[in-house]
Design a protein around this ligand. Structure first.
Ligand code: NAP
Length: 302
């Protein structure tokens, strides 16, 4: 375990992922834009870095998990970015979900400096990040994937090398097509159950173990019934992923009806100030259209 690791982006996902690297015994340096989010990790044994450049200067493997494409660009190539400290031979592993096209561009820019890059977006939610059970879809050079494997195995359970640079991000978008259409189905199903006067807990119990069972149903179904909109994955970030899907689909000439609908439903929730709520709050847009609220007695409905 001689390679030193660095982690940039200690948000909902980065917290759990970096903690698992620490628990696996890695010499870990961390940096987060909002410094206070690093406090607990530093207390647990991680070293602080003042900037991404300073982090890169002392690490062989630099893992990034920030929000969107311009944010990855900023931590890599901005003022005090990784590029200003990194040594030739280092490896950057980007676990953020971002544009596949820009990913290939970033990989080429790093390669010009002798630095390798893998795109390694993740799936499994905040729960998977905390438990180290993420699915990780990896794009890039096979030798670098082999080098990255012990780090990825500390953070995830299912690690799949899916192709060259950008392929990991494309597979992640496939994953997100499944996720958002699943959330839409969850919304319609609970709305229908509510309108039919069903016991929602029993309905959930009955359908979870059958052919309609899914991660979203098991993890977010109970939250919907309790009207608990705390995010595992925020609407603002989910909407970013749907935007990435629609941009890529447009380029490929593929019509995606479900994703287009979900994009506009999430937009209505963002306009109503719900962007920081969980992606399962999609049902609130459907409730608004239907004039029904799930999990409430009819007389309680506004
Ligand atoms: P989050 O809690 O909002 O955290 C975002 C992180 O990115 C924070 O550490 C934030 O720093 C940092 N950041 C954003 N813009 C930055 C910039 N310009 N410069 C430096 N740092 C910046 O989001 P998250 O849920 O952890 O998601 C992170 C990534 O994982 C996203 O690409 C998301 O799509 C993906 N993902 C999330 C989930 C999930 O269930 N949450 C699942 C799979 C994949 P501050 O603390 O300073 O704001």
């Amino acid at each position: 375990m001689s390679e030193k690791a660095g982690f940039i982006g200690l948000g909902i996902m980065g917290q759990g992922m970096s903690r698992n690297l620490l628990q696996a015994g890695y010499d870990l340096t961390v940096w987060n834009r909002t410094a206070s989010k690093a406090t607990d990790l530093i207390r647990a044994g991680a070293r602080p870095a003042a900037t991404p450049a300073a982090l890169a200067a002392r690490c062989d493997v630099i893992i990034i998990c920030v929000s969107d494409t311009p944010d990855v660009e900023a931590v890599l190539f901005g003022e005090d970015g990784v590029i200003h400290g990194v040594g030739a031979g280092a490896l950057v592993i980007d676990c953020s979900t971002i544009s596949p096209i820009k990913t290939r561009e970033f990989a080429n820019r790093l390669a010009d400096r002798g630095v390798a890059m893998l795109d390694a977006p993740v799936s499994g939610g905040s729960e998977g990040a905390a438990k180290g059970t993420l699915s990780i879809m990896v794009g890039g050079d096979a030798a670098q994937v082999a080098r990255a494997m012990p780090f990825l195995q500390a953070m995830g359970k299912t690690i799949t090398h899916v192709g060259g640079n950008g392929a990991g991000q494309m597979v992640k978008l496939v994953n997100q097509i499944l996720v958002v259409n699943g959330m839409f189905a969850l919304g319609e199903a609970f709305l229908f159950a509510q309108a039919g006067g069903l016991d929602l807990e029993k309905t959930l119990q009955a359908v979870t173990g059958g052919a309609a069972g899914s991660w979203a149903l098991s993890n977010r179904g109970p939250q919907i019934i309790q009207r608990d909109w705390r995010p595992g994955f925020m609407i603002d970030l989910q909407q970013k992923d749907v935007r990435l899907i629609l941009e890529a689909a447009d380029e490929l000439g593929v019509p995606l009806f479900g994703c287009s609908t979900v994009f506009h439903l999430y937009r209505t929730l963002q306009s109503r100030g719900c962007g920081a709520e969980g992606n399962h709050a999609l049902i609130k847009a459907l409730e608004h259209l239907a004039g029904i609220e799930v999990g409430r007695a009819p007389e309680d409905t506004e």
